[in-house]
Design a protein. Structure first.
Length: 105
């Protein structure tokens, strides 16, 4: 999960790519229990500021909280911390969809 390009480690810190991944995952886990039968969501946007590094072995926490729901659009606030220090913050947007649209049925 370190910053790396072409298989070569650039820095031994958590990469921004992985912060985005875990931020998307946190937002998904937040809304998933509320899906109705046949309902799903697809990510549409993430705006994340990577504010501070986390070294290999550090423990981080990424949290998502609901900011708004407007029709099918769901926006979550994202915050990442490491030992109480904010390492990232931003928003993640998803749209509710009919699962059959994803499955092609």
């Amino acid at each position: 999960m370190v910053a790396a390009f072409d298989g070569k480690t650039v820095h031994r810190v958590l990469s921004t790519f992985h912060l985005v991944y875990y931020s998307e995952y946190a937002a998904r886990k937040l809304i998933e229990p509320y899906f109705e039968d046949g309902e799903d969501a697809a990510g549409a946007e993430i705006c994340l500021r990577h504010l501070s590094p986390s070294r290999v072995g550090d423990s981080i926490e990424i949290s998502a909280s609901l900011l708004s729901i407007a029709g099918r659009k769901i926006v979550c606030e994202i915050k990442g911390t490491n030992a109480g220090r904010i390492i990232c913050e931003g928003t993640q947007t998803q749209f509710l969809i009919d699962r059959r649209e994803l499955d092609g049925n």
